[in-house]
Design a protein around this ligand. Structure first.
Ligand SMILES: [Ca+2]
Length: 480
């Protein structure tokens, strides 16, 4: 087949048609939400930049089976999604090109990837993957600035000040309607307590942290036990939504929109995106929401918990291309181009004049049609430089997005931990959440903490999970 194609190319060259007509890039990725070809505005940009045909297959079900079929059939795509857990196997089977050997052909890629983003591309110390850059940390605690102002209170900076604010938001009529109709804080499930947990240097259940070179699993973290004592005080005082554990769907958001709580624990998008803010201001034109920084406590001060080791996707390059340097150069050019300003615009923002314009300083001004591009993650394989992207796309949220980019975050490492087949993580998490809830609400005495830890380790098999997590994080170089 290859021979025939070469002959065809020779013919094409002789006839003086497009010199690159024969070359075709094949991309085979896992995902969903790919638009119809006639509605796809990103793929044409990629074809134009590459100067050749590009076949972009998006597989929404049974990706691994379909990829196997391609590989076994001798029809390996140039670029394909690598399920992260399978990366070592793929390397062993010789399927993945060692991209590290070719970085000199990808200067813009190298320039735009941080050290930790490069580290995400490594398998066993060699660069066998392109890991799409992860999304930024997004703030998830918002507060009614107008309520603070009404009560002459400052933004809380410590756990004790937070307690006082919650108390005043509950008992001092922050909305001035003369009714006892507000609570300090609302949210859904245990994550509603995240602001307290972070002040103790911990996080919601099933989070892997690393403290002093040691793996910490939050569901049995002694810091979580300490945080519970503080959360119990808050609950006993009646200053948070009593329905936190039973709120369904977006009930907690609705309570905040309707002025029933002064602090909402939920991704900031659900307050600040125009569609939500319009609802909020329709209900109360004086409502003024602001992002609330983390408060300091015994465990430090963190605005959010964030996994710096995650990726927006993992992609490999067909190892056979080592024997076809010209075609390989086109494949490498694709990844490199995607990291350039042009490539980011072409794969995230669509077409100038249709989806965006540029102001006099060259900044992107979104046009209404930009909202139709909901599938950029299927095309921008290198991920995006998230904060500049968001500032361009949500230009009315510059302060909030800037804040997200500057948050102090507590690092978690879950995306680099593989769940062993012998354990049932859902059972472990359910048990942890149920028992931690009972501790928090005083239905089980904290005197039984050690017994809880023993049960989850030995009856639910958490000890197996922890052992393998420690070995894996050590092997991947995260334990210093
Ligand atoms: Ca009131």
């Amino acid at each position: 087949m290859k021979k025939i194609l070469s002959l065809l190319l020779a013919l094409v060259l002789v006839l003086g048609c497009f010199a690159y007509a024969e070359e075709k890039l094949t991309v085979f990725i896992s995902g969903s939400g790919n638009p119809l070809e006639e509605d796809n505005v990103l793929l044409p940009n990629i074809k134009e930049a590459m100067g050749c045909d590009v076949e972009w297959t998006v597989v929404s079900a049974e990706y691994e089976t379909q990829l196997s079929a391609r590989l076994m059939g001798g029809d390996a795509p140039d670029i394909f999604t690598v399920p992260y857990d399978l990366a070592p196997t793929f390397v062993q089977q010789g399927l993945l090109l060692n991209i590290g050997d070719y970085l000199d052909q990808m200067p813009d890629f190298v320039a735009n990837y941080t050290e930790s983003q490069m580290a995400n591309c490594m398998v066993g110390g060699e660069m066998y993957l392109i890991a799409g850059r992860p999304y930024s940390a997004y703030a998830d605690v918002s507060i009614r600035r107008d309520w603070l102002d009404n009560l002459n209170l400052a933004m809380p900076t410590t756990l004790d000040e937070l307690y006082d604010v919650l108390y005043a938001f509950t008992f001092k009529d922050p909305d001035g309607n003369g009714k006892d109709d507000t609570y300090g804080l609302t949210g859904k499930g245990l994550s509603a307590f995240a602001p307290f947990l972070r002040a103790y240097g911990t996080s919601v259940p099933d989070t892997f942290l690393i403290e002093n070179g040691e793996v910490v699993y939050t569901s049995i973290d002694p810091d979580f036990k300490e945080a519970i004592k503080f959360i119990q005080k808050v609950i006993t005082a009646g200053i948070v939504d009593p329905e936190i554990m039973s709120n369904q769907g977006y009930e907690h958001c609705d309570k905040a929109y309707n002025g029933k709580a002064g602090i909402l624990v939920q991704s900031f998008w659900e307050i600040f995106k125009a569609t939500y803010m319009e609802q909020i201001l329709e209900i109360n034109p004086n409502a003024k929401w602001e992002l609330m920084p983390g408060v300091a406590g015994p465990g430090g001060r963190y605005d959010q918990v964030y996994d710096p080791t995650s990726a927006s996707g993992y992609f490999g390059i067909n190892a056979d291309l080592a024997d076809d340097p010209e075609h390989l150069a086109t494949v490498l050019k694709l990844f490199n181009w995607m990291c350039t300003e042009d490539g980011q615009k072409g794969t995230l923002f669509g077409t100038k004049g249709v989806h965006y314009d540029l102001d006099e300083n060259g900044n992107i001004v979104p046009l209404p049609d930009l909202s139709k591009i909901t599938y950029s993650y299927l095309y921008c394989l290198v991920g995006r430089d998230d904060i500049p992207y968001l500032k361009a796309k949500f230009s009315y949220l510059l302060d909030e997005i800037e804040y997200c980019g500057q948050m102090t975050t507590l690092s978690k490492y879950n995306s680099k931990v593989t769940i062993p087949e012998t354990i049932n993580l859902a059972d472990i998490t359910t048990y942890a959440e149920e028992e931690l809830t009972r501790f928090i609400y005083g239905e089980r005495s904290l005197d039984e903490w050690d017994s809880y830890v023993d049960t989850i380790l030995n009856v639910f098999g958490l000890s197996t999970y922890l052992e393998s997590a420690k070995a894996e994080l050590a092997q991947k170089g995260f334990l210093g």
